[in-house]
Design a protein around this ligand. Structure first.
Ligand code: SAH
Length: 209
């Protein structure tokens, strides 16, 4: 489908804000965000803002989706794990830039809706599981890239580092209150994890069951 004027404006805005990777911009441009938001927010689907998706959760701001996707340094053979499927939008963007996305959502209603939506829209290389994403998905590990879209209060759960491939990248928001949260990028190299702070963010909390 050809992008409309609102979509084109959004892509220009993301580029101006520093999302410069053409593959990432292309994936966002091809993803129909209006299909991922509730009916009443469709008119705002291509605004650069987070929007409610029900159950007190939100679809991330397109800039943050772009930033996190770009930070993961995806490649076509990559196996990716996402924590917090939500409406499935971030997973849909990722799926166009890697081999397979495994995504975990603890909220049954959101997960079921996302599974259906991703299937209808034809994102066939996304596999969704209902459960606690903080435990990762050991049966499918190791992952080349891991992305968390809900914020852990203090640190990334050790299970996720354990399931990251050598040389892999993990991107996650960390911080107890939404007023004091940052996005971090971690690179695993042997036993070492190098960390880098990217920017201030506001994510819903990672809930442990
Ligand atoms: N990536 C999503 C944004 C999701 S908002 C999108 O593109 O729409 C964060 C999501 O993380 C919420 O849906 C919330 O239910 C989920 N979540 C919170 N804690 C979780 C956990 N421990 N395991 C799996 N999902 C979790």
């Amino acid at each position: 489908m050809k992008p409309g004027p609102r979509q084109i404006r959004l892509i220009m805005e993301l580029r101006a804000e520093g999302i410069t990777d053409p593959d990432v911009l292309g994936a966002i441009e091809r993803t129909p965000r209006e299909e991922f938001v509730p009916e009443q927010f469709r008119i705002q689907a291509y605004d650069n803002t987070a929007l409610p998706i029900g159950q007190g959760q939100t679809i991330s701001q397109p800039f943050i989706v772009g930033l996190m996707t770009q930070a993961l340094e995806l490649f076509s053979r990559a196996k990716v794990l996402e924590i917090g499927t939500g409406c499935g939008y971030q997973a849909a963007v990722l799926s166009q830039l890697c081999r397979r996305v495994y995504t975990i959502e603890r909220h049954r209603t959101l997960a079921r809706a996302a599974i259906k939506r991703l299937q209808v829209l034809g994102y066939s290389n996304v596999t969704t599981m209902i459960g606690d994403g903080a435990k990762g998905w050991p049966e499918q590990a190791p992952f080349d890239c891991i992305i968390a879209t809900a914020a852990a209060p203090l640190e990334v759960p050790q299970e996720l580092f354990d399931q990251l491939a050598d040389g892999g990248i993990l991107v996650a928001p960390i911080g107890r209150s939404p007023m004091d949260q940052h996005l971090w990028r971690y690179r695993k190299s042997g036993d070492q994890i190098a960390k880098e702070r990217l920017c201030a963010v506001r994510f819903v909390p990672l809930v442990r069951d």
